[in-house]
Write a protein that binds this ligand. Sequence first.
Ligand SMILES: [Zn+2]
Length: 178
Amino acid sequence: MSLRPIHLLGSPVLRERAVEVAAVDGDVRTLIADLWDTMRIADGVGLAANQIGVARRVAVVSVEGQDYALVNPVIVEHEGKAKQEEGCLSIPDLYADVSRPARVVVEAADETGAMRRIEGTGLLARAMQHEIDHLDGILFLDRVGPLKRRRLQAEWQKSREGKTGLLREVTPEGASKD
Ligand SMILES: [Zn+2]
């Protein structure tokens, strides 16, 4: 098991556009395994490679017992609109309602390199969109109104007072809060 520290809001890698993966090789499979391990211990429903400091287009999502490794994911269809509360392992303890398409179809390679087409509604649609946003350097804070964003940023700054560093250690006992 390989647990990787999670980068927090303010870490530049979260704002990078991750680069496409040329081939699903051993390195990519190791990255996927590390994402799974880290996501599970941190108790998330998804994790993108940028969040563990790797700017490559790889993410994992686990919703209702279904696991999806997403390599070079692309949203090929989207429909409707839904608003629901979101949080992010890179911005612990902050939550906000985010409006997104209610249904998406995502095409991505899986951990074997096979192309998959994943249709999602509800939490699956939301989680896939949240993780694909990460690969584009976008955070859920960017998708709330300016007033709410300012309030969340102030809340974040307050929660970071007296803390240094922008990494959140993830240990087998769970994720630290700072
Ligand atoms: Zn996130």
